[in-house]
Design a protein around this ligand. Structure first.
Ligand SMILES: C[S@@+](CC[C@H](N)C(=O)[O-])C[C@H]1O[C@@H](n2cnc3c(N)ncnc32)[C@H](O)[C@@H]1O
Ligand SMILES: [Zn+2]
Ligand SMILES: [Zn+2]
Length: 312
């Protein structure tokens, strides 16, 4: 995975987790200024007041996410990218990084927010990165459209990186400890950390039926399920994905999560052809397709190379 900004966007697991519980919490001196999401911003604050210092904590230097989003919206309005009467709801999708499951809205430090929006040109995105210190990247795209490769019949879809560096990290807590998933957000689908991941819970139930299973993570994406299997009781995981960008992220994530290179193999095949190139028989094959993708052909193609095919 390449980093555009030459900063340390990819940290080691231990560093990343060292202060994670406090990362988004306010200190005693923090300001809390919240806005109503559906009411025009200009009716809630004088836009000319919004700059990088407004409501910034003198002590910890964090700002509440609402004030950061308001600052971005002000720049979009000034640059005529969005209606003058726009509200925060129209701005787009904010993704914190590193992302953890949060019970309340975050207070942000520098370069901790990536925004996906339909209402911004490149020049304005550059201004936002320059003026709003908490923003790490601005991407243009519609989050209704899956990013990456939906299935083998369609073209790759990506968001456009307008400005900044789009490497971000999701931290999914599991019963085997946290799993760190880095990705270029313009190229890989959004999978935000959950309090409890239903996918992981399902996988745990499958793995528990075996002592030390061999597993195919047949549509592995950036690697969460296979990494969980290795953290649990899997003897070996074969990671596969049709999309090269997923595998770039996977390789980073295998390293960051300290996986033993002896315990995995990586393939870049269409799942429909995977069985043809496998030499061994496996215990479990995991199929985690995007919603509404027909998996019947995938099941058929893997049935003969493993004991159990699991649709996640
Ligand atoms: C829902 S995502 C998998 C998410 C992954 N399990 C995770 O936890 O991050 C589906 C994945 O299937 C991959 N994919 C789509 N069509 C495929 C095909 N025909 N063969 C192999 N992989 C495919 C996509 O590139 C994508 O990474
Ligand atoms: Zn970077
Ligand atoms: Zn503070």
């Amino acid at each position: 995975m390449k980093c555009n900004c030459n900063e340390s966007c990819i940290e080691k697991k231990e560093e990343l987790l060292s202060d994670i519980d406090n990362l988004y919490k306010p200190c005693l001196k923090c300001h809390t200024k919240k806005f109503k999401k559906a009411i025009p911003l200009k009716r809630q604050i004088k836009l000319s007041k919004l700059d990088a210092n407004l409501y910034k904590c003198d002590n910890c230097r964090k700002r509440h996410i609402d004030i950061v989003m308001a600052h971005v919206l002000k720049i979009l309005i000034e640059n005529k990218q969005i209606s003058e009467s726009a509200s925060l709801r129209q701005l787009g999708t904010p993704l914190i990084t590193p992302a953890i499951y949060l019970e309340s809205l975050p207070y942000l430090s520098e370069k901790s927010l990536v925004i996906i929006t339909t209402s911004c040109d490149k020049e304005t995105a550059g201004t936002i990165i320059e003026k709003v210190p908490e923003i790490k990247a601005i991407l243009r795209g519609n989050i209704e459209n899956t990013v990456g490769i939906l299935n083998e019949n369609v073209e790759t879809n990506t968001y456009e990186l307008l400005s900044g560096c789009d490497i971000r990290c999701d931290i999914q807590n599991t019963d085997k400890g946290p799993i760190i998933i880095y990705k270029n957000q313009s190229k890989i689908h959004i999978e935000y950390p959950k309090k409890e991941s239903q996918k992981i819970i399902q996988l745990k139930g499958v793995l528990e039926k075996y002592e030390n299973p061999t597993v195919i993570d047949a549509m592995c994406g950036p690697g969460t399920l296979g990494i969980y299997a290795l953290l649990s009781n899997a003897k070996k995981v074969l990671f596969n994905d049709i999309y090269g960008e997923s595998l770039d992220a996977l390789k980073t994530n295998l390293t960051v999560n300290n996986m033993n290179p002896e315990s995995y193999e990586i393939r870049n095949e269409n799942i429909l052809n995977l069985a043809d190139v496998l030499e061994n028989h496996y215990d479990i094959a995991l199929i985690d397709a995007f919603p509404d993708v027909d998996t019947s052909g995938y099941i058929k193609s893997l049935e003969n190379v493993c004991d159990e095919v699991v649709i996640i």
